[in-house]
Design a protein around this ligand. Structure first.
Ligand SMILES: [Fe+2]
Ligand SMILES: [Fe+2]
Length: 433
């Protein structure tokens, strides 16, 4: 703040300049002098760092007022003080109006008053300069802040866009993973169906029934996913069951044979136990041959101690294995067959849901109104026929689902499959009466 500040004294009388210099000798500002307005203006052009100007009014060539007026153009920020005689009121007014004078002092002056005035003026100039300096800093900092904010905003926008992109990628990867997961479960389930032809589509049917019941019961999403996996894989342990046993109905097995057969529950659980995410499903698989009354395998669990998913799979499993496939009354018949086992093998409280879902799945097909079931050879197919059961190739590949209405495209596909892998028996269709 205390940088050297110059004051400029202008008077045509050297004695006065000298007296003033002496007076100001000990002050903390520099003193410049000039003996005429002209010289003073030249000096200001060379040394614009002048904070206070003191000028005599009466000078030859250029009056103090004229000089101050021009000096104002060169150093507008300098404070200007006029020295005048007592009678020079006119000059004083002009100095204030035209020269923008800050003060006027009368000649002869009082040293103390002059000193006080100059000190005050210097202080004021210093304060004003300091104020300007601080204002500049504030303005610069404001500008920096503004730029920084701008950069911050665009950085935030960039990062938001980046995060959004990453999220999108994650979502894609996640859904790919999920699809892979489902495909893997499907493939595992398919392996078993290839192992035992009579099991063809069993896992898928059990899964469809279980999912229908889960929806009817409004089970939470997470529980449904676990149930779906368990239903698809519930008999995966049968991969290790001897062929001779697999060819027979579970209901016809007793003693050691039945025990061997039932071990597929524990084997199934163990088969997928290494996959952490499948452990919940593994538990449902373990208990799908428990009986509601506690007479089942492997842990003789009773009632609600048996996981709900296992109770659902047990019922769905029974229904699929005992469904008369080629009977219009299939739904009624299987539900009747189920009745004696409610409360002993199966959970009675689940029955109403199964009643609805079984009728939806296996009741007379909507397309069957006024149609006749028959077995047709591929060459006999025509558009408008309806498939009366799922259509598999001889090697067990699902080609078309029950209820599909045949059109040219479907018939062409069936012919093509028939050439590659001939159907051993006719195709179950419904034909218009
Ligand atoms: Fe089973
Ligand atoms: Fe089963």
């Amino acid at each position: 703040m205390n940088e050297t500040l110059n004051i400029l004294l202008v008077d045509d009388e050297p004695n006065i300049l000298m007296a003033l210099r002496r007076l100001l000798m000990d002050e903390d500002f520099g003193v410049l002098t000039a003996e005429s307005g002209r010289v003073a203006l030249d000096l200001l052009r060379e040394t614009p760092d002048v904070g206070v100007i003191v000028s005599d009014q009466r000078m030859p060539g250029m009056t103090g007022v004229e000089f101050l007026e021009q000096a104002r153009g060169l150093v507008p920020d300098a404070l200007r003080i006029l020295l005048t005689g007592y009678a020079d009121m006119e000059a004083t007014i002009a100095a204030i109006n035209r020269g923008g004078a800050y003060r006027y002092l009368t000649k002869p002056w009082d040293d103390q008053v002059l000193l006080m005035t100059l000190r005050e003026a210097v202080t004021q100039v210093r304060l004003r300069r300091e104020n300007d300096r601080l204002t500049q800093i504030v303005n610069r900092q404001n500008e920096e802040l503004r730029q920084w904010n701008g950069r911050l905003k665009s950085r935030v926008l960039e990062q938001t866009a980046e995060i959004r992109k990453k999220n999108e990628e994650l979502r894609t990867k996640n859904s790919r993973l999920k699809a892979n997961y489902r495909d893997t479960i499907g493939a595992l389930s398919g392996l078993l169906e290839m192992r035992a032809p009579h099991m063809r589509n069993h896992a898928r049917n059990v899964c469809a029934l279980a999912m229908g019941v889960a929806a009817a019961m409004d089970l939470p999403e997470e529980g449904r996913e676990e149930l779906q996996v368990a239903a698809l894989l519930h008999d995966i342990g049968e991969i290790g069951t001897p062929d001779a046993l697999l060819r027979r109905r579970a209901e016809d097995l007793h003693g050691e044979e039945l025990f061997t057969y039932l071990q597929h529950t524990v084997r199934g659980q163990m088969a997928i136990d290494a996959i952490t995410d499948l452990r919940g499903a593994g538990l449902l698989i373990r208990h799908h041959h428990e009986h509601f009354d506690g007479g089942g395998y492997p842990d003789a669990l009773q009632g609600s101690a048996i996981p709900l998913g296992s109770r659902i799979i047990a019922l769905a499993d029974f229904i699929d294995r005992n469904l008369p496939r080629h009977d219009e009354r299939a739904a009624d018949l299987v539900l009747i067959q189920l009745q004696p086992h409610l409360g002993s093998r199966f959970d009675t409280s689940l029955y109403p849901y199964f009643d609805t879902v079984v009728r939806e799945h296996y009741g007379p097909p909507v397309n069957a109104q006024g149609m006749v079931p028959r077995l047709a050879q591929p060459a006999e197919l025509y558009c408008g026929m309806v498939l009366n059961e799922d259509l598999f190739s001889s090697t067990g590949l699902l080609l078309l689902s029950r209820n599909a209405v045949l059109d040219d495209q479907a018939i062409a596909a069936i012919h093509r499959y028939h050439e590659l892998d001939p159907f051993r028996r006719g195709i179950a269709v419904l034909t218009p009466r």
